[in-house]
Design a protein around this ligand. Sequence first.
Ligand SMILES: Cc1cc2nc3c(=O)[nH]c(=O)nc-3n(C[C@H](O)[C@H](O)[C@H](O)COP(=O)(O)OP(=O)(O)OC[C@H]3O[C@@H](n4cnc5c(N)ncnc54)[C@H](O)[C@@H]3O)c2cc1C
Length: 614
Amino acid sequence: MPDTNVTAEAETYDFVLVGAGSASCLIVSRLSQQLPHHKILVLEAGEHIQNDPNVQTPGLSFSLQSNPTYDWNYITLPEQGLNGRRVKHPRGKLVGGTSAINSHSVVFPNFEWHDRIAEELLTDSGRAEWNSQSMRDCYKRWQVVTSGPEVKDDVGSLDHVKTSYPRALDVLQSRWTKAFEELGHATSTTGFMESSTGAVTITNAIDSTKGERSHAGTAFMEPALKRGNVTLKTGVKVDKISFHESLTAGGKLTAKGVYYTHQGGYHLINARDIILCAGVFESPAILERSGIGSRKVLEAANVPVLYELPGVGENLQDHLNCSLSCETEDDIPTCDEELRNPEMQKASLREYGQSRTGRLAEGPAHSFAFTSLQMLETPSETQELIEMVKHLVEKESNPSLKTQYAIIRKTIESPSEATATTFMIRSQRHRDRDSMPKGTPAFVDGNFVTVVAMLAHPFSRGSSHISSDPSQQPEIKFNYLSHPLDVEVMARHMRLIERLFQKPTFAAISKPNGKRLPRSHPYPISSLEDAKKILPINSATNYHPCGTCAMMREDLGGVVDERLRVYGTKNVKVCDASVLPIVPRGNILTAVYAFAEKVVEIICKEAGPGSRTG
Ligand SMILES: Cc1cc2nc3c(=O)[nH]c(=O)nc-3n(C[C@H](O)[C@H](O)[C@H](O)COP(=O)(O)OP(=O)(O)OC[C@H]3O[C@@H](n4cnc5c(N)ncnc54)[C@H](O)[C@@H]3O)c2cc1C
């Protein structure tokens, strides 16, 4: 967009936040309370959608995907490891961001993940700030657990997301932990930052007093807007950052504001500090459009290079998952009948409308397990994998990958850390339709239980970069299953699920000679080779992309330092899923919120006591 057409706005804000998503809303809420005399502007591409039943109703979350009112509709380039399939990556395009369209599960990382990131990926000055001990409180502060209709509010005056356990456990949920005990893993975990493996019933981000989704928009943005120092502009797409021409004495770029489009116009708004919270695909894209990134990418897009930072848009990771389903006895209650029967779906809507109860008041998954491969592998099987990991990690020559892989290796070698986070869905699930003959029905008859394993810490890395036309969506590729160890670990987890199905708890509820899913395979899966064949056709994203603006030393390919400030700049920070340098073991929103809590601590320290602007 030529600068001659720019409308320069008169106002200067202390903080301009780009995006009103999960991390951003939390930051805005805390800053509006803790720095009440600072002026905060939030620029969000989507709309502030309030009281929308599609967003509020937990059981309707899948209807938000692919709908442009709520979803950016990103899609990857063909993924070779997934038989050339292109993978849709929904991202929330509304206030609340992806927390307003996600699947509600609240899962915490283990403390070793934080300690190793702090120790091995940061400089000395960041270690104390980011280790598990100093992060612990950041994981507690953003949420309050509501159990049943009673709210136990112990978070005082801070805004928080409401989370809850299921109102009652059904027969499958109540047997889940027992099934893991049969593997010799009695449940000792609460799921909160512990390293122990085993099954756990987790909370969902659902306000049980109302039976409604609790997301960053409702929890944080709405109260913040009432405080008087926050301005929210929606329908506004930020294009790039505007920098002063002269560098600081230390050679850094100083941002003066951001350019954005609104209703066909191109605007510049001034800011003292900019915080990019536009998510894993757009935060790196904004940096690249601004001239910060890899020379090769910027030159291909005709963007002048202001600061060469090759890590921007690289290091993209995601939790890939794969599942096995088995048919249950007919009297086991599952959601399958409702998937097939529109009348039952209408009845559920009526029940939810009348009393906020029933399936639509629940999230899809509460039964999780932190699963170590060593749970069901024999000692020699375990040793074989450990040797393979050692060999491939030592062979890696890229310094960033070598350092990250050494961290993942420690996790695989530890019997008390998860190589997959496993969860149960009380219905059928099969992602192999593309490999079935045309016209194969979407659903099969029968009741099913599905166990899904998501690879806790993948080795494969991809990228998300602006294309030669920077106004288009970024080019995204994950290179799923491109690293041989991802195939090895995932295949072993498929074998583990098969073994779990044969243990007494699952054997007692399974239909003798019942159907198995995905359909295109012989069962039981007895060899690793069999298990590997399932991966390309039945694997799917668990929707946890991260890592494209990694908090990591610059020499390792990092994009932000331990203050989450972009290298080469004085006053630009990033805080969203893009800064997680290695994906944590489970669903990542808890870490996104915790990183947001931490950046608020950092910003308030930088502002100093009693800091005010005129
Ligand atoms: C279907 C699905 C299910 C999921 N389920 C779970 C789950 O159960 N548990 C869990 O922990 N995690 C889950 N996740 C992941 C989790 O929700 C996300 O990782 C997290 O919400 C990302 O937060 P964020 O702050 O990085 O980005 P977002 O919340 O996506 O925020 C980015 C914001 O920036 C705005 N924006 C982007 N570009 C621009 C621009 N140029 N100008 C202005 N605004 C812009 C966007 O519209 C958005 O509002 C799920 C994700 C999906 C898609």
